[in-house]
Design a protein around this ligand. Structure first.
Ligand SMILES: Nc1ncnc2c1ncn2[C@@H]1O[C@H](COP(=O)(O)OP(=O)(O)OP(=O)(O)O)[C@@H](O)[C@H]1O
Length: 814
């Protein structure tokens, strides 16, 4: 059998054989298992057949293939041949080619035609046709359709293998190779030869260094403009996606680009070359420059789009005074009676402001009554405009509900709907996104008269732009949010910038009402927001406690707390463990495993399970959706429960299936969809934004230190409705609280909304640059970065006050 294999020989092992049974084939990632009849091999293997596994397309049974790879002993399935490369054997003799071309694969080609082709093109017929289909023009009496069909069939049969071999030579393994092939199909080689750096954007798992390695193989080295441009775009993309920056200053970009390029190919890159590439990218409209700031186009135009819409809305603010104070106050009185609440003066003022503004912001920490005010705004608005708030009436008339309540996540939208007893939806759904858009783009017009956007702190620059762009001319907009929470996952900090601009009427609620109901969680949250720690932090109160534990102990402590909460009758769906990072003993992944083993174990080993990667799912598991899936009405951050597992052998399609119920909405996942899901006993604080849980258990230990920030702790703590249990080290919490500004995001929305401030900024930037230029000039290898950024980068003035011009006019121009 496989004994005595020399490890160094393994890579050279091959099998020449014919597939006889396809045991498994995943159409998504091409993972395949086939039984192959061996014709020739250098394996020390005596059987006539072997199981071959790897990433390759559906093979044709009984055709001849050559596989190279390694032998392995699978613990369950025994000996397997793990494929690294595969090729379909091209018939080598003229007789073999005639046989191949006249086989069933080539519809309409008989033996005679096949012979004529081989007569003309000789023993290299197949290679010649693959390289240039026009060689078939020399073959007499062959119609254009037949020529096309022959080429297509050969390409389909042998082209993929050729591409895989080429990708393999370029250093991509079979799995990544297959992913690349699925992205570009038959154009793979052409497109990558033209620009290998497109892989960074198009294929997950390929970063700049990998693409640059390929670039080097294709002769794109040193100062090659394509290389430098790819690096610039990569730096800007990473800054946007990982750090939330809308722009980067050229003086930050250029040294980063230089470092990255020099690290990748160990060759010095002068600043001039990078500056030149910046200018070319600008001319190609792939980046935009403003002063010394460099933007990706989508972020540049989004920011300008947001600014121009907000400016247009604020300009309408003065004309939006429809109702007198008396009218509004009277209606507020009626609403108070209806809702059994007495609005505080600031709350009533917020309602008044919303009624009489085209745009306003309602802000405040947890429990200050934002939702109670939203309810008031809706009631008073409906009353004064003579509108019904009964959704059924609109449904009957097939008219849209005139007041739109929306939020960036499914859970936040659900919470909004529950607390206002009115229809609410995610912004994605409102805009009609299907979840399939590569760049979220919509042309939908939102027709509501009043739109209230909750959890605005979570809305990124792209989404804010799409939303604002879709709004009707005479709509009234109320943004609701708490700027002390985490910024959005995507780039920007729209709420923070809108508040800082001071251009939008804002009402800030500061009095805490939930505290009046005896909540010390809210009190703690407000102290944390101010960066102070209460003296009684580690004392047990009616609704919170702090259990001291070290990094090593905390996982155990957390699981014990969960266990005792469940033992006291709390449902696991209402208990949420929140942690800031995934890896490590106190990380989300490990905590999920430990809690699952405790609350939903498979002690007897007889329960049905579905294993995907590192995660084992069982019925009753609490799970988290990781991406938006609007067609099923399930969104990133939604939590559900596994209600059924169906194994492949039980289904007609021979596919494993997992069914999850999200509050009654049932979604079925095939194995290939399972990367959209994870266990949810513990989730990240980021993912918990916009949600509330009866009990929150939050470990805070030294192992998390580099992640802890004031806004993260604040967001986590404010997710707890009834009970908050902190576990860990009080001094770690204290030092996390002091970290507030090192995650600053570079955005220019505030400046766009404040023309005066913007011009001040220009002067400041120029002064700084002059100063730095002088300093640099004193050094020998002074970078010429700053000359480029100030003097030569094309300058586009912000569009402030440019009536009637939209950012799209710029785009069209280009
Ligand atoms: N004027 C008021 N008088 C009495 N109770 C109030 C008043 N305003 C709000 N409350 C109560 O305070 C609690 C918190 O209010 P609400 O949920 O509206 O705040 P919020 O700012 O939306 O909080 P969160 O952001 O945490 O959801 C609720 O129980 C609400 O009924």
């Amino acid at each position: 059998m496989t004994e005595n294999l020399d490890l160094f020989e393994l890579n050279k092992l091959f099998i020449l054989g014919r597939p006889i049974v396809s045991i498994f084939h995943n159409v998504q990632n091409m993972y395949s298992i086939v039984r192959v009849k061996i014709q020739e091999t250098n394996l020390q293997y005596d059987d006539k057949e072997i199981i071959v596994v790897g990433y390759f397309p559906q093979l044709q049974m009984d055709e001849q293939y050559r596989f190279t790879g390694t032998m392995r002993q699978h613990p369950k399935y025994g000996v397997q041949f793990q494929v690294e490369t595969f090729t379909k054997e091209v018939p080598a003799t003229e007789q073999g080619i005639v046989h191949y071309l006249s086989s069933d694969l080539f519809v309409g080609i008989g033996k005679k035609t096949a012979e004529t082709i081989v007569e003309k093109l000789g023993p290299n017929t197949i290679r010649l046709i693959l390289e240039d289909p026009n060689v078939l023009d020399d073959v007499p009496r062959l119609s254009a359709e037949k020529k096309e069909a022959i080429h297509r069939t050969i390409e389909q049969n042998l082209g993929l293998e050729r591409i895989m071999i080429q990708l393999n030579e370029w250093g991509f393994g079979p799995q990544l190779g297959m992913k690349i092939y699925q992205t570009y199909r038959t154009e793979t080689i052409d497109l990558l030869t033209e620009n290998p750096y497109r892989l960074i954007e198009d294929v997950d798992g390929v970063g700049f260094f990998r693409a640059d390695e390929l670039g080097a193989k294709l002769g794109i080295t040193g100062n090659h403009p394509d290389r430098i441009k790819a690096a610039i775009l990569h730096i800007l993309n990473t800054a946007a996606l990982s750090d939330g920056h809308v722009f980067l200053d050229a003086e930050h970009v250029l040294p980063q680009v230089k470092d990255m390029l020099e690290q990748s190919q160990r060759q010095e890159i002068p600043y001039e070359a990078i500056s030149k590439a910046c200018i070319e990218l600008r001319e190609e409209n792939k980046i935009y420059g403003e002063e010394t700031r460099l933007y990706l186009p989508s972020l540049y135009f989004s920011e300008i789009g947001i600014a121009s819409k907000i400016i247009a809305l604020t300009e309408r603010n003065s004309q939006a005074k429809h109702f007198s104070k008396d009218e509004i106050r009277k209606s507020i009185g009626d609403t108070e009676a209806l809702l059994s609440v007495t609005y505080a003066e600031t709350q009533a003022f917020a309602i008044e402001q919303a009624l009489n503004s085209a745009v306003m912001i309602l802000t405040g920490g947890p429990g200050t009554g934002k939702t109670t005010v939203v309810r008031g705004i809706v009631e008073v608005y409906a009353k004064l405009h003579g509108l019904s708030l009964n959704p059924k009436e609109y449904a009957q008339k097939e008219e849209p509900f005139p007041i739109i309540l929306c939020a960036p996540t499914g859970r936040a939208a659900k919470r909004l709907a529950e607390s206002t007893e009115l229809p609410a939806m995610t912004i994605h759904r409102l805009l009609g996104f299907t979840g399939q858009e590569k760049e979220e783009e919509t042309e939908r017009e939102v027709t509501g008269k009043l739109i209230i956007v909750d959890e605005m702190s979570m809305v990124d620059t792209w989404l804010a732009h799409q939303l604002l762009k879709s709004l009707h001319e005479d709509v009234q907009v109320v943004f609701v949010g708490d700027q002390d929470q985490l910024p959005p996952v995507g780039p920007g900090q729209v709420l923070k910038d809108l508040l800082a601009s001071q251009q939008i009427p804002t009402v800030e609620l500061t009095d805490v009402y939930r505290q009046a109901e005896g909540s010390t969680i809210i009190e703690l949250a407000h102290q944390i927001k101010r960066g102070t720690i209460p003296n009684d932090l580690t004392m047990k109160t009616s609704d919170r406690s702090f259990i001291k534990a070290s990094s090593e102990q905390v996982a155990n402590v957390v699981t014990q707390v969960v266990k005792s909460a469940v033992a006291k009758g709390q449902e696991i769906r209402n208990i949420q463990v929140l942690a800031p990072m995934y890896k490590g003993p106190a990380g989300i992944d490990n905590l999920n495993k430990l809690i699952q083993a405790l609350v939903n174990p498979n002690d007897t080993g007889t329960r049905k399970e579905l294993v995907f990667g590192d995660v084992t799912y069982r019925i009753k598991d609490k799970v988290l959706q990781l991406v938006n899936q609007p067609e099923s009405n399930v969104f990133n951050g939604d939590m559900g429960e596994v209600i059924s597992i169906i194994k492949a052998k039980e289904t007609v399609e021979k596919q494993d299936l997992l069914v999850v119920s999200f509050d009654g909405i049932e979604v079925t996942y095939q194995r290939s969809d399972l990367n959209q899901l994870t266990l949810a006993y513990c989730c990240s604080i980021h993912k918990s934004q916009g949600s509330e849980f009866q009990t929150v258990i939050m470990p805070v230990v030294r192992g998390y230190s580099k992640m802890l920030r004031r806004n993260l702790l604040y967001t986590g703590i404010t997710r707890a409705k009834n009970f908050l249990i902190l576990c860990g080290e009080p001094d770690v919490l204290a030092s996390g609280l002091q970290r507030t500004d090192d995650l600053q995001r570079f955005t220019s929305l505030r400046a766009r909304l404040n023309p005066m401030e913007a011009s001040n900024e220009v002067i400041l930037v120029e002064e700084t640059l002059t100063q730095q230029n002088e300093e640099n000039n004193q050094q020998e290898d002074a970078p010429t970065v700053l000359q480029l950024t100030v003097e030569t980068l094309p300058y586009i003035h912000p569009m402030i006050g440019m009536d009637g011009i939209s950012p799209y006019d710029f785009m069209d121009e280009s």
